[in-house]
Design a protein around this ligand. Sequence first.
Ligand code: C2E
Ligand code: CA
Ligand code: CA
Length: 719
Amino acid sequence: MDRRNIELKIFGLIAGVAAGVILLAGFALIIATRHADIREREYEQTLVGNGLRQRAREVQTALNPYVIWDEAVIKLDNQFDREWARQNIGASLGGALGYRVVFVLDREGAPIYGHVNGHDVAPDAYGRYAAQTARLVTEVRRIEADPRQVAALRAVHKSRVELIGGEPVLITVSLIRPDLKAKTRGEHAPLLVTGVPVANTVVKAFSDRFLLQHAHIGVVTAAQFKTDDAQVQLSRIADGRRIVLRWTPRKPGEELLRSATPMLGTALVAAVLGAWLLFRVTRRAAKKLLLSEAEAKHLSLHDPLTGLANRTLFTDRLVHAHAVLRRKPGHLGVLCIDLDRFKEVNDTYGHDAGDQLIREVARRLKAICRETDTICRLGGDEFAVIQPDTNPAGAATLAQRIVEGLSGEVDLTIGRAQLSCSVGVAVVPDAEQGQAELLRQADVALYRAKEAGRGRFAFFEPEMDAALRLRKGLERDLRTALENDGLKVAYQPLTDAKGVIVGVEALARWTHPERGDIAPAIFIPLAESCGLIGAVGSAVFRRACYDSLRWSGLEVSVNVSAIQLSNPGFVDEMVAVLAETGARADVFMLEITETALLKDSDGVHEALRRLKRLGFRLALDDFGTGYASLAYLRRHPIDKLKIDRSFVASLPGNGESLAVAKAIVSLARSLGLKTTAEGVETQAQMDCLVKLGCAEFQGFLLGRPMSADAIAGARELAR
Ligand code: C2E
Ligand code: CA
Ligand code: CA
């Protein structure tokens, strides 16, 4: 089976399963909501049924005063009094209470009084209603025949809804009985027949009470009366039709479904998306599995991103070129290429942009190199080229073309990136050295090219090895010194215009066991480049914390490298050291350089703000040498500017320096910042700076960096 087929099968399977799951969920939901709707309708029906019965009882109860009444028994049965009936039955029930139909039947069931539509009528008008009331009369008489039932019931009524003149009317037949001592003449009591239209007002009151929508009375045939409609049967009339109360049932399920639809839609989209992603993942896995052997081999020897040779193939080719060199004398060249500041592209634009840049570099390298050269991506932003059968001049030409070819702007989808590279070249005239050594030499040369300022190439020279070894050794020794508490801290005083010490600057000191004192200008950059600056910085800060506890009222300055600031854990570490030593943040002035602000990342800004909140103050060190603009000063919470000593050195004679110093002091004043002049060596410089309005001074004139004890002594002396 070919790959396409398998892919289709897999996709089909996933899509099928996803569709199945979605359909099933949909079904379940619909069934659940329908069920909810049915339950709601059944509930409403019960409610309405109960309500109707209640309503009938209310009608009946309203009749009680008329049908359980000694006087009614006397006037209607014992001795029929027509006038009494007219006044007490007809006028009040038919008039004031709104009964449409009122009849009195005697003990034989014959009509003796009638009142219809507000007027007395001849008793025989009852004939129109006899058919509809016959059943009720029979039922009432049956109860009357059972003395136990009569005794149990206070009043005997029977009601049902009937169509009268096409209109639904609630007919009630009630037994007229005494309430105290009157007695009927015969065995049977007279009957009161009343009819009250189940008018729309009643329905309205009813639907208001039960919150029914569109409630109305209707007459339906048996076939139309389906039990699953929202209706309650009021009665079944003689022709088999039914009088019903119908309404539009509430459909909570449907409402739920409607309100859940957007959510469901989203879920559906998510499910489809999920299925698609799953498919992609599976497809990728399947692809890997199904790669033909040739493809697998190609993959194992090439870089997937660029299609260039990978390290394995590179080594293979290098060994081969080396073997050729043995048989046929000539030169073999190896070039190591490293993109300058590639990490920044990756960090600012993201990995996709980084990948794009790498692919572009590969494309250009292919265009520059010959067919016989092997181009390889060693990893990350490192490339290498094997140039067989060359000479130093040929290698230099290629290196130069690469440096030029990989420079300038590159358009990435996300923006424009500046491209430049450094190249290290090693060329050997014979097979004397092993191929691994060749690569190492090219790498050393590359390192040198970078050190020399990037964007250039360098050839390997034997003395480079020595320099590199020295550097590596120093790095190792610095690490050891850090582990063994070998770094010391000196403090240089900061004074006011009168020479009174107001603060100190902590400066790292390292005495190498063999080489003696190493200048910070050497080991600080070294620490920065090999990842030790964090350890150096925190060692100095910890020492400064302890020492700060000995001096009261002295501001202690500590240098913070740009690299430290951009480390996300930096502020937390400072807090931890404060806690460990018991020192206070507001004693410290952190000196940062303009380069730290130049990065201007959110991380640096946030770190500075957090430090400020903790109580630290911030100074801009070496001010005037960098690029810090007014905007930077405004954006960051800086407290102090330190005028770089290069300006101070040429004071007071140099007009340019004077102008710069003056400008810095007035800028600081307008921003409400303090100024400290660094590197003050002569009284003339001091006088000049005092005149400019500078408030704080630091330099050999006022005090060299010294031990913590010496600072304490100097303060004693001043007192
Ligand atoms: P910086 O922060 O500008 O420190 C002042 C430097 O100027 C010190 O050099 C100090 O000895 C020197 N100096 C002070 N007064 C005078 C003077 O009157 N004339 C002259 N010519 N120089 C004077 P140092 O101690 O060699 O430090 C050099 C740099 O190393 C510092 O410059 C600072 O950037 C860095 N550094 C020192 N300690 C640390 C540290 O703990 N952490 C970090 N990140 N950097 C440090
Ligand atoms: Ca400093
Ligand atoms: Ca400085």
